[in-house]
Design a protein around this ligand. Structure first.
Ligand SMILES: [Zn+2]
Length: 274
């Protein structure tokens, strides 16, 4: 079984990724992985989308209807299924992921650094700020990787979403934030694979971003995201299968469970992309 890193870049729409997220596209061009266009589900909001990605079930059937629907999810997720089979999970992410899979309320002092917790995400750095610099989120991810050797790890930088919400997607600020993150990904991927060259890195986004900022409704620039599966060298690269209809966020959870050799529950109706 190969370890999986799930990188969810919050609020990065597809056309902007195609222009500025050159690191994963270069790896694909080098034969080190695959790329698929992906459609995010409604509502194009963060908390329901995190849970669609994790449970393979659409909102609100997955237990989360809106951003202010703050509760711990009981629908099985990649996190709880991995833990129930004895795998090690970790996350460097926004605190909403701790609320979803570890419990509510989020207690800043106790939960920001979670070590060997009993929830779905066993080890974590959970920032209560969506303005947390991406460099900090990535640095903690690398520390968790080296310290705990997770089988499944989430990395969730939020700066692209934060900048888009503040200034809009068709702005220099949004573009520059993606470019900065893209540079950070070069060194992050190298460091992750230096430790464990067999790891598979999956890259996606929870939703897009409107030209004038914001998301949540149904529009192409909010629904169109992307999915990468990457390996450290061509011999390690996962083959992506393009479904007949465009891949959706429902396909991520069954794909991850398949890669981890874990059972896929019947409520996950998405397709395995590898
Ligand atoms: Zn989001």
């Amino acid at each position: 079984m190969r370890p999986i890193v799930l990188l969810v870049i919050d609020g990065l729409r597809r056309d902007s990724a195609q222009r500025f997220l050159t690191t994963p596209f270069r790896l694909v061009a080098e034969g080190r992985g695959g790329y698929l266009p992906m459609t995010s589900l409604m509502p194009t909001k963060s908390r329901p989308s995190y849970n669609t990605i994790s449970t393979g079930v659409p909102s609100p059937q997955n237990g989360i209807a809106a951003n202010d629907d703050v509760r711990m999810v009981t629908t099985p997720s990649i996190w709880t299924i991995a833990r129930s089979h004895g795998l090690t999970t970790a996350a460097s992410a926004y605190s909403w992921w701790s609320e979803l899979y570890n419990g509510v309320p989020f207690r800043k002092e106790e939960d920001a650094f979670t070590v060997d917790g009993t929830g779905g995400i066993q080890h974590g750095f959970f920032s209560p700020r969506d303005s947390e610099p991406d460099a900090v989120v990535l640095a903690y991810a690398l520390w968790l990787w080296q310290r705990h050797h997770p089988d499944l790890m989430l990395i969730h930088p939020c700066s692209v979403d934060y900048t888009g919400d503040c200034w809009g997607a068709e702005t220099l600020a949004y573009d520059e934030t993606i470019k900065v993150l893209n540079l950070l990904l070069e060194s992050l991927f190298t460091a992750l694979w230096r430790e464990r060259p067999e790891a598979i890195i999956l890259v996606t986004s929870d939703h897009g971003m409107a030209a004038a900022g914001g998301h949540g409704w149904d529009a192409p620039e909010l629904r169109q995201v992307f999915f990468f599966a990457l390996g450290s060298h061509p011999g390690q690269s996962p083959e992506l299968r393009a479904p007949v209809e465009e891949a959706t966020a429902l396909d991520i959870a069954p794909t991850i469970l398949h890669l981890l050799d874990l059972p896929i529950p019947p409520q996950m109706t998405g397709r395995q992309l590898v």
